[in-house]
Design a protein around this ligand. Structure first.
Ligand code: CP
Length: 304
């Protein structure tokens, strides 16, 4: 594992090793002194060409807790605004002896493109509608922590599957871990032929919730939609929003995940997000340990 470009490209064994390392790092960051010297000889650049709260802060914390030197780059205040290309920007940053690049970019495949042209380790922190591998790793780690194993677990992914990099990375990760996956959402937001990835599809939220052990509720990605996929947010929320009465009407208790940012009252009600069944803040907490594990494991890899 020299880069982390997507869950599709990593071995199942590497994914399981990340979970094992993350457990150790979770213990480390629960200590009064949360830092270890593992990456004290490394410099890491966080390049965010798209907005982020959780992923950017989580990577920065993970890097600092591993004692790496950290540079934060925001496209909106950089020379990208003057027309500099992605490759020129990254090569200039690497010329300052940077060892690892964490990149979020609106263009699917941007991290893969970079990996073909530069030698530094690259971590995909979300590339357009393609993949968000560390989100899927922290989602799976949180489920594993809750249920003990992912094998045979029934996991629903609900909402805007069409535009979601979180959905795709979760599908690849959950499949590698032998979980069962059902996608649920309006037909317009479920990609055609998605069953070929080994998932089932339902357009009925209640039926999906009765089937699953855990439901990952996705945000409607308004910023990636230039046509209307449903009549109104109100209608979407009535058909596919997770509310407390719906949760309580089920014959069992299910676990609720959300990658954030949440649109309260659209895909999930505030009451559900804050309920004991929600592990949303556990996901955020686990994100730091999982990213420490990824950074640590890539740093050990010397490549070809
Ligand atoms: N889950 C996630 O990627 O959140 P941010 O966009 O805030 O990083």
């Amino acid at each position: 594992m020299y880069h982390l470009l997507g869950i599709k490209y990593i071995a199942t064994e590497d994914m399981m090793n990340i979970f094992q390392e993350a457990e150790k790092f979770k213990e480390v960051i629960s200590r009064p002194i949360k830092k270890v010297p593992s990456l004290r000889d490394m410099t890491i650049a966080n390049l965010f060409f798209e907005n982020s709260t959780r992923t950017r802060i989580s990577f920065e914390l993970a890097e600092k807790r591993l004692s790496a030197d950290v540079i934060n780059f925001s496209a909106s205040s950089s020379s990208v605004k003057k027309g500099e290309t992605l490759l020129d920007t990254v090569n200039n940053i690497l010329a300052m002896r940077v060892d690892m690049i964490v990149i979020r970019h609106a263009t699917p495949g941007a991290p893969i493109y970079l990996s073909r042209h530069i030698n530094a380790h690259i971590i995909n922190a979300g590339d357009g509608t393609h993949e968000h591998p560390t989100q899927a790793l922290l989602d799976c780690f949180s489920l594993k922590e809750k249920f003990g194993t992912l094998k045979g677990l029934n996991v629903a992914i609900v909402g805007d599957i069409l535009h979601s990099r979180v959905a795709l990375s979760n599908i690849f990760a959950l499949k590698k871990a032998n979980a069962n996956i059902r996608l649920c959402g309006p037909p317009t937001l479920i990609p055609k032929h998605i069953e070929e990835l080994g998932v089932t599809v339902s357009y009925n939220l209640k039926e999906t919730l009765e089937w699953c052990d855990a439901a990952n509720m996705l945000r409607i990605q308004m910023e990636r939609q230039n046509i209307k996929y449903f009549p109104s947010l109100r209608e979407y929320s009535m058909q596919y929003g997770l509310t407390l009465p719906l949760l309580e009407s089920l014959n069992k208790s299910i676990t609720v995940l959300h990658p954030g940012p949440i649109n309260r009252g659209v895909e999930i009600s505030g009451e559900v997000a804050d309920s004991p069944q929600s592990i949303i803040l556990d996901q955020v907490e686990n994100g730091v340990a999982v990213r420490m594990a990824v950074l640590y494991m890539l740093a050990q890899s010397k490549g070809n």
